[in-house]
Design a protein around this ligand. Structure first.
Ligand SMILES: Cc1cc2nc3c(=O)[nH]c(=O)nc-3n(C[C@H](O)[C@H](O)[C@H](O)COP(=O)(O)O)c2cc1C
Length: 161
């Protein structure tokens, strides 16, 4: 059973986490890259937040790996305005994940990811959500809790291999 991680990351936390979850060929890693980059300054809180509020679906580059080749899909997103990021919205609109096992992963700076997971589940009717994991500023934290959650996710993937 093959696993792929689709993730978006603006400031590196979600990427850092996705790399740890996939380490040692546990899963293929596929970054979602919007054609138009989000601003590098604080203005991104406004641009990114508005993108969520207005339900934007920015164009993303072609995928390195397609979901059709996998049984298990991990979706890893930063929490923006209490929800998932617009590039993930584009991905979910373009690719069919019905009948797949899906693991949800969110990183935030302190806010709770409940609304983000709820919104993702709403977009994923037809998929089997087999896990939900949230992390607060994982790079900065780099704690035992983070390692424990990462190893729980890796065990879950491993159990499906
Ligand atoms: C546009 C924007 C909106 C955000 N909204 C929230 C939020 O609602 N709640 C929260 O806890 N963190 C929020 N954050 C912080 C990010 O979720 C957090 O820093 C996350 O780990 C970033 O992931 P990344 O480093 O992979 O980009 C927001 C950040 C940005 C840029």
């Amino acid at each position: 059973m093959k696993t792929v991680i689709y993730y978006f990351s603006h400031d590196g936390n979600t990427q850092w986490l996705a790399e740890r979850i996939s380490a040692g060929e546990m899963a293929d890693l596929c970054r979602l890259i919007p054609y138009k980059e989000y601003p590098r300054s604080k203005i991104n809180y406004l641009v990114g937040g508005m993108g969520v509020v207005f339900g934007l679906e920015p164009q993303i580059a072609g995928l390195k790996f397609r979901p059709t080749e996998y049984d298990t899909v991990i979706i890893a997103t930063p929490v923006w305005a209490s929800s998932f990021v617009p590039p993930i919205k584009t991905f979910l609109a373009q690719y069919d994940l019905r009948d797949k096992d899906v693991i949800l992963v969110a990183t935030s700076s302190g806010g709770d990811a409940t609304k983000c997971f709820k919104a993702l589940r709403k977009r994923l009717t037809g998929s089997r959500i087999v896990g939900e994991y949230s992390f607060v500023s994982p790079i900065q934290a780099d704690s035992a809790d983070v390692s424990e959650q990462v190893s729980t996710i890796r065990q879950l993937i491993g159990s499906k291999a």
